[in-house]
Ligand binder design. Structure first.
Ligand code: NAD
Length: 265
């Protein structure tokens, strides 16, 4: 699919999607994305686990003129996710899904526990599949739709301190890249989003300096613009993306030495 064709998909409202479904919308990047899209003529279907925080985001989005419905649940529950996504689509065809919910976990000085590894994969990988798979047949039928998968710049290398997180983000990035090529002819756009450090509750716990740390509002704007132009990979900020690409191009021995000395989450 060409970039232009996706803009045609959005043509109902000045090049913007009308019905947007976002997981993990009760805080952090998900809430910022909801508010960046909130405007008259937009319908937001927001998913989260914390009723109070989700209601607060919904109220702010309504103040900006959006029509909002909320759903409480866990992205690891495949049946509930399918039921909610199908019900949301019956209300109005979904134009854009943002599979945003995710968790991270550090190792500090110890190894990651098996439970932590499993939990990270359950949310960051299975949770993303549970979000996008119910939507694919609906979008395929009408040959229209867009799915954004929130991966990370951490997906380009396994870093000490967060091996499971890096691996989970690599899994969804690579899956999204393959899926993009597979469903392009069916009129569906898949975009993989690889942000650097964003100031959210997820990074507030990081005990190390985070280069190019950006606000969730700024990240949400960058993502929105990248999605409008249907970029296959929305990786930012560019200096950190360039640095990571440079590091991963180094000979393995040098790369390993650097990674061992990087601060751990
Ligand atoms: P956050 O912790 O503030 O928000 C994560 C959201 O996901 C929360 O709303 C949380 O309730 C939700 N969530 C977690 N587990 C869930 C579950 N099982 N079911 C439903 N919802 C669940 O973190 P954030 O920084 O806003 O992260 C949003 C996404 O961006 C994540 O996928 C994260 O990996 C990714 N990301 C974040 C950064 C960063 O620096 N903050 C960088 C790159 C990518």
């Amino acid at each position: 699919m060409s970039r232009r064709q996706v803009n045609v998909v959005y043509s109902e409202r000045m090049g913007e999607p009308c019905h947007i479904l976002i997981t993990g919308a009760s805080g952090g990047l998900g809430a910022a994305l909801a508010l960046v899209y909130a405007a008259p003529g937009t319908r937001l279907s927001l998913h989260g686990r914390n009723a109070e925080r989700l209601a607060r985001v919904a109220a702010q989005a309504r103040q900006r003129g959006a029509e909002v419905s909320t759903h409480l649940g866990d992205v690891t529950d495949a049946q509930c996710m399918a039921a909610w996504i199908e019900a949301s689509d019956r209300m109005a065809a979904i134009d854009l899904i943002i599979a945003n919910a995710g968790i991270s976990g550090g190792t500090s000085q110890r190894q990651e526990s098996a439970d932590q590894v499993n939990a990270i994969f359950a949310v960051n990988v299975t949770g993303v599949f549970n979000t996008i798979h119910p939507a694919l047949p609906l979008m395929t039928r009408r040959r229209r739709g867009q799915i954004a998968i929130i991966s990370s710049l951490a997906s380009f290398r396994g870093f000490a301190g967060a091996p499971a997180y890096c691996a989970s983000k690599a899994a969804v990035r690579v899956y999204g890249e393959g899926l993009r090529a597979e469903v392009a002819r069916q009129g569906i756009a898949i975009n993989v989003v690889c942000p650097g450090f964003i100031k959210t509750p997820m990074t507030d716990v990081n005990p190390f300096p985070m280069p190019f740390l950006m606000s969730a509002e700024h990240a949400a704007q960058v993502i929105r613009l990248g999605l409008i132009s249907n970029r296959a990979r929305i990786a930012f900020p560019w200096p950190l993306y360039a640095a990571i690409r440079f590091l991963t191009a180094l000979p393995q021995l040098i790369m390993e030495w650097i990674v061992v000395w990087l601060p751990k989450k």
